[in-house]
Design a protein around this ligand. Structure first.
Ligand SMILES: CC(C)(COP(=O)(O)OP(=O)(O)OC[C@H]1O[C@@H](n2cnc3c(N)ncnc32)[C@H](O)[C@@H]1OP(=O)(O)O)[C@@H](O)C(=O)NCCC(=O)NCCS
Length: 157
């Protein structure tokens, strides 16, 4: 299967995210495309995975600051999982989005955690009852901005 990832930070991408929210994450409250677009307008980004014209899955990132992003959602439709689509989405995200990436994941979601750890995300802490379902989450972070040295004077002197 030839997988192509396309950035679609627009209404079509937002509709894909709404559909993934409904079909892949029915246990959580639904992301409707208008709410997604409100984040796109302030820098949020959407990536959609295709084979031909068929949508396989997608990802939605919110911009928290100039250098920090949240991977708010990544999902692949059930029939297309385990074929490398998630990895390809992550590769594209890491190439296109500069800065640190934060995310939350259910502690019991071993597949997603393995995917994130493969790309260098670290578990920072466990947050009890993070989800409306009562499940705990890990906060995971991929740090890509170098820490400033403590005595840095920003090049002065
Ligand atoms: C998590 C998800 C996005 C991964 O996408 P995917 O296309 O299935 O993943 P890939 O085929 O690219 O596999 C990536 C890695 O995930 C892990 N993985 C995938 N399927 C797996 C399975 N059935 N069992 C164990 N590990 C698995 C492996 O580490 C794999 O790497 P490898 O192929 O080198 O072993 C997808 O499974 C999904 O949408 N799940 C439901 C929604 C979800 O949990 N999203 C994340 C919420 S935070």
């Amino acid at each position: 299967m030839r997988v192509k990832i396309q950035e679609e930070s627009n209404v079509h991408g937002a509709l894909v995210i709404e559909d993934i929210s409904e079909k892949v994450f029915p246990q959580y409250s639904r992301w409707d495309y208008i709410s997604v677009m409100n984040y796109v307008r302030i820098g949020g980004r959407i990536f959609v995975a295709y084979t031909g014209k068929t949508v396989l899955g997608g990802a939605f990132l919110r911009r928290l600051t100039d250098r920090i992003w949240e991977l708010t959602m990544i999902g692949v439709y059930e029939e297309f999982r385990g074929k490398g689509v998630g990895k390809k989405l992550m590769e594209t995200i890491l190439k296109e989005v500069k800065g640190d990436i934060h995310l939350h994941v259910e502690c019991k979601n071993r597949i997603a955690i393995a995917l994130y750890e493969f790309f260098g995300f670290r578990r920072i802490r466990r947050i009890p009852h993070f989800y409306s379902t009562g499940e705990d989450a890990y906060l995971m972070i991929l740090k890509r901005t170098p820490k400033r040295p403590k005595n840095s004077r920003d090049g002065l002197g």
